[in-house]
Design a protein around this ligand. Sequence first.
Ligand code: DDH
Length: 300
Amino acid sequence: KVKVATLSDIHSFKEYQQVYNDIAKKIEDEDDFDVDGSAGPNLVRLAWHSAGTYDKYDKNPHTNGGSYGGTMRFSKEGGDGANNGLAKGREFLEPLLKKYTWLSHGDLWTLAGVVAIQEMGGPKIKWRPGRKDLSEEYQAPNGKLPDAAQGPDYVRKFFNRLDFTDREMVALIGAHTLGRCHVTSSGYDGPWDFAPTMFDNGFFTQLQKGVGSGEGQWHLRKWDGPEQYEDNNSNSLMMLPADMALVQDPKFKKIVDEFAASQEAFFNEFAPAFQKLLESGIHFPKESKELVFRTLDEQS
Ligand code: DDH
């Protein structure tokens, strides 16, 4: 088996907490990374795109993706249009690889996603080390990451390929409470809620009301860019067609309503789903310990 997490050359909890702290401090220090300041949202997206290439129907370890091999560092996977903008996050983390020479790209990128979520006020995410850098031959094929122009059937099918249930996929997409779309990266434009560096259930409270002419509802933006929605209240927030899919499908909508009503319910389901995402396609031996890191705040 190729993608088995190693137990022999992993490091101690203390050392991974040290890496966590270094990433967290770097996020804090470099507060002009993006329009909204923090590098956090980019790092969450980097973690997700490193893992989200996984294809459970593909039994060939060379092509079935996932975060194990850190293969986004190579030009084919790194150059997939869906990964536009993520080189910036990879470069941000580069010094950590120089300092912790034993750390793999896959462990670093997934850990950085966990750091970013926790430091921005999100739930604790259990994380396990043991990914190993693999060679170029293990790059996932291009086109394995989702198309934002699609609707509910596509979204469901896409996340089934990664082995997720309806509840898990809705929870995961709630990460769009973070960050924004950049015209220069995806062609889309703008943030999903008013606090793009805070991990909360804001995505669901905004999305919940769906398309219409009422207060807090959404309309198609009139512009030359790709089809996206704009909010009636401020005309400054956005939703992708693939986000709006979550209120168009009645099964998804029920879950959106639950998460909009309770941030706790959202956090409780997001955390295990995000851990599962980061571990997609990797076999973790039974003895693999789940690490739960303390935030900088909790340590001060
Ligand atoms: Fe996403 N996402 N995402 N997303 N995503 C974008 C930004 C961010 C889709 C499309 C886009 C997830 C699911 C989907 C984050 C996390 C997650 C952008 C804009 C597009 C487009 C990129 C840019 O222009 O810079 C689509 C389609 C889906 C889908 O589900 C079908 C999931 C599951 C996650 C997750 O983390 C679990 C984050 C964070 C961002 C903001 C990045 C930034 O730089 O800011």
